[in-house]
Ligand binder design. Sequence first.
Ligand SMILES: Nc1ncnc2c1ncn2[C@@H]1O[C@H](COP(=O)(O)OP(=O)(O)O)[C@@H](O)[C@H]1O
Ligand SMILES: [Mg+2]
Length: 239
Amino acid sequence: MPTSKRLSSLSDVRNVIATGELNVEGRFVDASNATLFAKCVLGEMEIPVIYKPIAGERPLWDFPDGNLAGREVASYLLSEELGVHLIPFTILREGPFGPGMVQEWIEIDEEIDIVELAQGKHPSIRSMALFDAIINNTDRKYGHILPKSSDEIYGCDHGVTFHEDPKLRTVLWQFASESFSENEKQLIQKASQVADSLLGEYITEREIEALKDRLQGLLADGTFPEPSEDWPSIPWPPF
Ligand SMILES: Nc1ncnc2c1ncn2[C@@H]1O[C@H](COP(=O)(O)OP(=O)(O)O)[C@@H](O)[C@H]1O
Ligand SMILES: [Mg+2]
């Protein structure tokens, strides 16, 4: 069987990322933390990934507990559990610079204008805006939106999420004050139901309680949140 055929299997890709040899090939100079481009290699298979060792995390004054890598995994798990599939496969594993988060690399379609996409009303962008409100994402920049194609859109960099204080910071405000659909309400309810069992390992009890309060707040409002006047609501720089 040709390699490309074998690579098309999702479980194969995940197995290579989870168990393959992690070879670092480069570092993103613009990135705020030690964010490394790497390849996971197992037999003939080679999968490009991003690797963020916990040891390379720059301390943040307002995220005292746990680590950012764990928050990336928590975000991934919730995205999968809710069925929104907005985050590429992400795990915690060992690597040459110690344990860290490893995420499948998404080759983006360079033809797609990200600002235009992010300012429009694509259903995946709406889904991302809701997901960010749920996880309290403080960093949804344009550069954290990864269109693999016009109908397969992912997000990255979910390390600064799940803080117990409201901190939603995003470029996706176009849905503000729009009513949730029935599906969206169900999704918010589901997040409440799975929060404890799914996220307890990665975020604190207080953050889980804050998540549930946030979800109740969203349901009570029935609408997408609006930008706050109490904190900067757009990440800077937005790219
Ligand atoms: N899974 C991924 N697939 C493709 N590109 C990615 C992925 N993760 C990150 N990137 C790219 O690498 C850049 C830096 O990664 P990011 O997660 O934002 O790191 P940092 O925490 O250092 O800001 C992102 O802005 C994005 O362009
Ligand atoms: Mg980033």
